[in-house]
Ligand binder design. Structure first.
Ligand SMILES: NC(=O)c1ccc[n+]([C@@H]2O[C@H](COP(=O)([O-])OP(=O)(O)OC[C@H]3O[C@@H](n4cnc5c(N)ncnc54)[C@H](O)[C@@H]3O)[C@@H](O)[C@H]2O)c1
Length: 310
């Protein structure tokens, strides 16, 4: 049995990771300020520290005797990052540096952390890790900054780090307010109540939807890689194929057995047309891929209880 620390472990991806680690008999410690995460999503077998991710004393308690830390706490909102630049920078970049520093003080505990497809900005085709990042939001810039500091953590302080650039992760417990895949919960809820769906723009914008179990497998495989050979690495977590928002609405309609009624609204300012990743590096380094089909992932998501009414 190992002891794993998770920042943001009361959130969407973090709570799925915690469940997976617990199911394998490990001990899980969660640090979360419960700002978007929920206490009800923290399994009673885990320890919960309610604290800010920049609080180094709380982080020291979280990491005391831990075998590794998964750092997922962040304010995962592009809109908020542009409105509250200083506040989100404190959490999204400052929080990462705090986790890396406490991992260093604890003797070089491996850190697996969430980066984001947002670091790529607008790209003409599938993004691979060799591309120069060009974030278009403070959120993306902070994720890119986190990767830079994670590189320093290894080269200067010998703290092994593994960054996962998540594309649009979806699954049960998805918060409809999530800027990534909240659209799935919203569409599902509206279709169930025979309400009209509102699509911004022409609905042909493409996203790379990754089922949450696949995201968890990448996080755990990233840690195994660090344990085999310490390093600083970053990979995309994506399927490599794009789904348009229109196609998404139709697929949810098919699974629900209801035909969606769609209304088009003006495109949102700064909406990215295409966000698709190239999964080759993850496959080569980790030997796995995000292979849950959209059909299966959506069916599992719709079969689960939505966290809050929309
Ligand atoms: N969901 C996606 O598709 C996606 C895509 C790219 C990157 N990510 C990244 O993955 C990670 C997890 O995202 P998620 O979708 O589970 O989001 P989430 O909002 O469900 O989880 C984030 C967790 O961090 C906690 N948190 C926020 N600020 C905190 C603070 N100051 N101190 C302590 N805890 C704090 C929240 O309460 C929440 O439980 C984030 O780093 C996010 O940026 C997610």
């Amino acid at each position: 049995m190992a002891v794993y620390a998770i920042t943001g472990g009361a959130g969407f991806i973090g709570s799925h990771l915690a469940d997976d680690l617990l199911a394998d008999g490990h001990h899980v410690r969660v640090l979360d300020d419960l700002s978007t995460g929920r206490r009800s999503q923290v399994d009673s077998r885990s320890d919960l520290i309610v604290a800010d991710v920049c609080d180094t004393a709380a982080l020291a308690r979280l990491l005391d005797g831990a075998d590794a830390v998964f750092h997922l706490a962040a304010i995962a909102s592009v809109i908020r990052s542009n409105e509250d630049w200083i506040g989100t920078n404190r959490v999204n970049l400052g929080g990462t540096v705090a986790v890396l520093e406490v991992a260093r003080r604890a003797g070089g505990i491996p850190v697996v952390y969430a980066s984001s497809a947002a670091i790529y900005g607008n790209q003409p085709g599938p993004a691979d890790e060799a591309l120069t990042p060009a974030p278009r939001s403070a959120y993306g810039a902070d994720k890119f900054g986190s990767e830079m500091h994670a590189g320093i953590a290894f080269s200067v302080h010998a703290v092994p780090t593994f960054g996962v650039r998540f594309f649009n992760v979806y699954g049960p417990r998805q918060d409809p307010r999530s800027p990534y895949s909240g659209v799935i919960s919203i569409f599902a809820e509206r279709i169930a109540h025979q309400e009209r769906l509102v699509i911004h723009g022409d609905g042909r914008q493409l996203r790379d939807f990754v089922y949450v179990d696949d995201a968890v497998r990448h996080l755990r495989a990233g840690l195994r890689l660090l344990q085999d050979a310490p390093r600083a690495a970053v990979v995309n977590v994506c399927t490599g194929s794009g789904t348009s928002i229109l196609e998404l609405a139709r697929t949810i309609g098919q699974i629900s057995g209801k035909r969606p009624d769609i209304e088009f609204a003006p495109a949102r300012e700064g909406d990215i047309r295409l966000s698709i990743g190239d999964p080759a590096r993850a496959r080569a380094l980790l030997g796995i891929s995000a292979n849950t089909s959209l059909q299966d992932g959506l069916a599992a998501t719709l079969a689960s209880k939505l966290p809050i009414a929309v």
